[in-house]
Design a binder for this molecule. Structure first.
Ligand SMILES: [Zn+2]
Length: 189
């Protein structure tokens, strides 16, 4: 039975003095949810396209922004992606750090920044998972309100579990994040 037929049948049932199947109401909510989900997918796709555009812009330019030398080697390309300057400039920069005795600290900072971005990714993915899991059930397509109640109950138990797990994980991660940030702040470089 498609949606139209369902409505026709519901109308007939009501006209006959009976009650329309309750699932119609649930199904309408379901449609709204579906529409919302489609909107979300669309926004997500747009965001992805923007990121792709940003990546295109991040292509290695012809000239090093530091020394204006033409960047043509694979090493230049690699260095530019990592440090926004050509290989020679990076070597010079690292040598200078060594001479000034700041190299270890600089390297430590690099490691800490990597950790920080990893932790931030983790936090984000847990928050996404929590949001996703907390969304209303989409499959309400059972006949009979009892089933729906059962499903809703299962779903809310699931939410409790998700809340609990994500809370624990987020607390841990935020603690590590604070530690890393503190270490980063203590570096003078
Ligand atoms: Zn350069």
């Amino acid at each position: 039975m498609n949606e139209h037929q369902r409505h026709v049948k519901a109308r007939q049932d009501i006209l006959k003095g009976g009650t329309a199947e309750k699932r119609i109401f649930v199904h309408m909510e379901d449609l709204e949810e579906k529409k919302k989900r489609e909107e979300e997918i669309k926004t997500e796709r747009e965001k992805k396209n923007e990121r792709m555009d940003a990546l295109k812009d991040a292509k290695t330019p012809w000239f090093c922004p530091e020394c204006d030398k033409v960047m043509k080697s694979r090493l230049d390309d690699k260095m530019y992606r990592l440090h926004n300057q050509c290989f020679d400039c990076q070597v010079r920069f690292e040598n200078k750090l060594r001479i000034e005795g700041k190299y270890d600290e600089w390297e430590q900072k690099k490691v800490l920044n990597n950790q920080l971005s990893y932790i931030k990714d983790q936090i984000e993915s847990i928050e996404d998972w929590k949001d996703e899991a907390s969304k209303p059930l989409e499959v309400f397509d059972q006949v009979g309100i009892q089933d729906v109640e059962l499903q809703t109950e299962k779903w809310s138990q699931n939410i409790d579990q998700v809340e609990k797990l994500s809370k624990e994980a987020l607390e841990d991660l935020n603690k590590i994040k604070e530690d890393v940030e503190e270490k980063l702040n203590s570096l003078v470089i």
